[in-house]
Design a protein around this ligand. Structure first.
Ligand SMILES: *Cc1c(COP(=O)(O)O)cnc(C)c1O
Length: 456
């Protein structure tokens, strides 16, 4: 029996909590982020065994080590099968270098991996007969659709998404507004920041207090744990597992949740030679790794890999905590992490939009492999790592592709001349009917709607 995993805050005030507590609360009471301890580990013999099983079974093997008595084994295995009913392809680009396509889920973004599992877990934690848990989210596009799709039809959970009507693409909007059932969407005639402000106000509004509210952004540990599974999947399928071969993994980073999943896997014994930590022009982390000085970028820089336009990544506090340091929620570094260990495990680089575009064009022309802006940041980072002579040219490597090229048709057509085929999950949505009210930036009205829908 492995020891029971408990959760503590990166701010070290809120300690020793259960997974259920961490999932239901999202953020720790001291405004820090929950971290698992100990991180479950796998030795080489276990890795060899795990290399024989399917993705949902692998997810079960990993997640079951984090679970105490929240779910039975049968329940958890069922959740894994229903959450991961789509393929996770590994595509060879050249030599032993690959991309892992995490874009085959219902919203064609890697956020499906995290959101679908978290949705299912939360749905089980709210007992029948209790008032439903209302997940309140403001979105600029991708998060809202992944969350809305993930929670669609989940018992005991309702979702309310606010989005800026004029700032999301038609496709993004349809992914949220065509679901119905337990998912409600409200178009706001304002900006993303207005939506976010209304959501934040609701969380602290005593009048709304009777409604059980929660959020689903990547501060919730429930989104990170499922993300360590695909790192293991890539390793088990591509590396020489029996020899304990070490692998290079490139991760395009924004809020650094994805990378944290990888770091958990590595701490748990996955033989990762190094993570290439690739960012767009928001280069606060590459600079931090170089200089040990952390300065957030405000406002964040606008790049074509728009889901990575983050100038102060919320999950950086987790990374720093994992290496013995303390970074608080506003970005003040109270205790330096072990920079030497960070540099041994990670190599960080910033990729400009021009280089991202060149990478998409080149990878298509030279290898017939289609990337989109986020994945191209990862791939360009990996190419740089090899060009810098940091790895043997025959080393096994994978770069994560986090979205489907069809989500960025204009950019892809202009760089490759190809109109990427729309995956069935996105195409299906085009036919469905949308349903959503539109309101002004009017908090009182929003509150009335919340109370009408979910008030007790
Ligand atoms: C959210 C997102 C990212 C960034 O992931 P983090 O976990 O925030 O680092 C990268 N690519 C795409 C397509 C995303 O939606």
């Amino acid at each position: 029996m492995s020891p029971v995993v408990r959760f503590h805050s990166t701010n070290h005030q809120d300690m020793d909590k259960s997974l259920a507590h961490a999932l239901l609360n999202g953020q720790a009471a001291d405004k820090g982020l929950f971290m698992p301890e100990p991180i479950p580990s796998f030795d080489r013999r276990e890795l060899v065994r795990l290399s024989q099983i399917s993705y949902p079974e692998l997810a079960y093997e990993v997640l079951s080590r984090y679970v105490d008595d929240e779910f039975t084994n049968e329940e958890l295995l069922g959740l894994c099968h229903s959450a991961y009913d789509y393929p996770v392809p590994l595509e060879r680009v050249t030599g032993r270098r690959h991309v892992m396509r995490l874009d085959q889920g219902p919203t064609a973004s890697f956020k499906d991996f995290a959101a679908r599992m978290m949705g299912r877990m939360l749905g089980r934690l709210v007992k029948p007969g209790e008032p439903p848990l209302v997940i309140l989210t403001a979105t600029s596009g991708d998060t809202g659709s992944a969350v809305a799709q993930a929670f669609a039809g989940v018992d005991n959970i309702a979702v309310v998404v606010l989005f800026p009507v004029d700032e999301v693409s038609d496709r993004q909007r349809k992914q949220m507004t065509t679901i119905g059932g337990n998912v409600r969407t409200i178009g706001v005639q304002g900006k993303f920041d207005d939506c976010q402000a209304m959501v934040k106000r609701a969380f602290t509004d005593p009048v709304v207090g009777g409604i059980r509210l929660s959020s689903a952004n990547s501060i919730n540990i429930g989104r990170l744990l499922p993300q360590s599974v695909y790192y293991m999947h890539a390793y088990l399928r591509l590396a020489k597992v029996t020899e304990g071969e070490r692998m290079i993994i490139s991760v395009p980073c924004g809020n650094f949740g994805n990378l944290c999943g990888g770091l958990f896997a590595q701490r748990g014994g996955l033989p990762v030679e190094r993570f290439v930590v690739a960012t767009n022009a928001n280069d606060e982390v590459p600079i931090f790794f170089d200089t040990a000085a952390y300065n957030k970028i405000e406002p964040s820089r606008t790049c074509i890999s728009n889901a990575m336009n983050v100038g102060h990544p919320s999950n950086l506090a987790r990374l720093v905590g994992l290496y013995g340091g303390h970074l608080d929620e506003v970005g003040i570094l109270h205790k330096a992490p072990d920079m030497e260990a960070i540099r041994r495990d990670m190599w960080s680089t910033s990729v400009s939009d021009a280089e991202t575009r060149a990478c998409i064009a080149r990878t298509w022309k030279d290898h017939g492999v289609m990337l989109e802006p986020h994945g191209a940041v990862g791939w360009a980072g990996l190419e740089r790592y090899f060009e810098a002579g940091l790895a043997d040219k025959d080393a096994v490597a994978v770069s994560l592709e986090t979205a489907h090229p069809a989500k960025f048709p204009d950019e892809i057509i202009s760089l490759t001349g190809i109109d990427p085929a729309v995956p069935p999950s996105l195409a299906r949505i085009e036919q469905l009917t949308e349903e959503y009210p539109t309101i002004g930036v009017d908090y009182e009205l929003f509150r009335t709607m919340l109370q009408d829908w979910h008030g007790v």
